[in-house]
Design a protein. Sequence first.
Length: 137
Amino acid sequence: MDYKALIEEAIAAKEMAYVPYSHFRVGAALLTKSGKIYRGCNIENAAFTPTNCAERTAFFKAISEGEKEFKAIVVNGDADDYLFPCGVCRQVMVEFCDLKTFEVIVANNTEDYKVFTLEQLMPGVFNAEEMAKGQRL
């Protein structure tokens, strides 16, 4: 996989962030299995709860356009170190991605990045399979 091109997309997405409160920009680039890339940025709101992370913005854009199969996502932010997806974003990934094959790339730049599987970042998942187990009780 060409991680560098996907990282560049996330960096470009970060430029569109709406962050008047935190001034902390985050960009994401979501790669579908068909090869299409969806960009996302964080979008803040004065009433903090409606704020949306870059990762979920990318996912929701893709899903709203009919995409349901994903290969990888890159996250890039205004941090001095790697920026990992929050728990809510990881849970969204669990809903739509294969734990063993979906890759989460945290990148400072095109030369400095780390690659993880979703399973590495989200052990003990709560998903449809686990819900089905609970319904049988």
